[in-house]
Design a protein around this ligand. Structure first.
Ligand code: HEM
Ligand code: HEM
Length: 241
């Protein structure tokens, strides 16, 4: 399946949506949920944290921010790197690999912050659909990354193995990515529902901001998909595998 549109055009929209959803989630977490420290008596703030490291730089370290910017957006940029970047194939492969690795690491740290918040507040772990899908997503993403590394990079499979694996790599990569977008949308829904149940106005500015952040994240995911399935122009030397 290929859409006959230059993927670079789609990628401009994708980058713009990434920027908008990143700004929205940062505004939400910093202006509305302004957090405090990695260690703090108010445990809810570990979920919405501004971490000070030993050099006194403020590092934003919160579950929604890490999961959206660190995992979803970097992962999406990794997927479209083959279509959106003007480099030679080996360079794009390295960028694809490194961006996915970074997304995976930031995703794991983001999940750790959610567990840390639950454990330090005596809240049960893994009780929600969001958390079950979230664990599934991160495990599948890790398996996909290791398989991609071993088959396409180091030590690298035979030509036949790479050729036969590629359609599965693309299909399963798209699947796990779609699942990640759905999981993030559920996360926004769940958090906003908790907040509304504890007094946040249903039609207030925070509720709109959270819902629009989720909408832009879903649109970003859609444009990652459109970019990946669009057909590059024939003259740029692109060839699969
Ligand atoms: C693909 C991205 C995401 C993944 C893989 C993910 C994964 C997880 C996991 C595994 C937990 C369970 C922690 C525990 O049980 O101790 C969790 C908790 C939570 N996450 Fe996410 N998350 C993602 C994005 C988000 C986003 C964008 C939000 C938006 C606010 C969010 C909100 C929450 C909330 C409110 C909890 C605590 C309640 C619960 O366990 O369901 N998550 N997340
Ligand atoms: C969780 C991690 C990963 C995911 C979700 C993922 C996903 C994808 C997707 C969706 C595509 C299709 C892109 C397109 O058609 O433009 C793709 C292509 C590809 N990926 Fe991955 N990937 C991952 C990790 C890796 C790793 C670690 C490698 C090792 C180098 C790798 C090598 C490749 C190659 C060689 C292609 C084919 C590019 C082409 O069509 O020319 N991937 N990947």
């Amino acid at each position: 399946m290929a859409i006959p549109v230059n993927p670079v055009y789609f990628s401009y929209v994708t980058h713009t949506l990434a920027l908008i959803s990143s700004i929205f989630v940062l505004v939400w977490c910093i202006s509305f949920r302004g957090g405090l420290a990695w260690e703090h008596p108010d445990k809810t703030l570990i979920f919405n944290v501004l971490l000070r490291n030993k050099h006194k730089f403020r590092v934003i370290c919160i579950h929604p921010v890490l999961m959206l910017i660190g995992f979803i957006i970097l992962g999406g940029e990794a997927i479209i790197s083959y279509k959106a970047l003007p480099f030679e194939k080996p360079v794009k492969k390295l960028i694809h690999l490194v961006l996915h690795a970074t997304a995976l690491i930031l995703g794991c740290i983001g999940i750790y912050t959610a567990f840390k918040y639950h454990n330090e507040s005596n809240i049960a772990n893994l009780y929600s659909l969001h958390s079950w899908l979230g664990m599934g997503v991160i495990v599948l993403y890790g398996i996909q990354w290791i398989y991609g590394l071993v088959v396409f990079f180091y030590p690298g499979g035979s030509h036949e193995m790479r050729r036969d694996s590629l359609p599965w790599h693309v299909l399963l990569g798209m699947f796990v990515y779609a699942l990640a977008i759905g999981t993030a949308a559920l996360g926004f829904l769940e958090k906003l529902t908790f907040l509304e149940n504890s007094g946040v106005a249903k039609y207030g500015s925070e509720a709109f901001l959270v819902n629009f952040t989720a909408i832009f994240a879903v649109l970003f995911g859609a444009f990652v998909f459109f970019t990946a399935v669009s057909q590059p122009p024939p003259h740029d030397g692109y060839s699969a595998i």
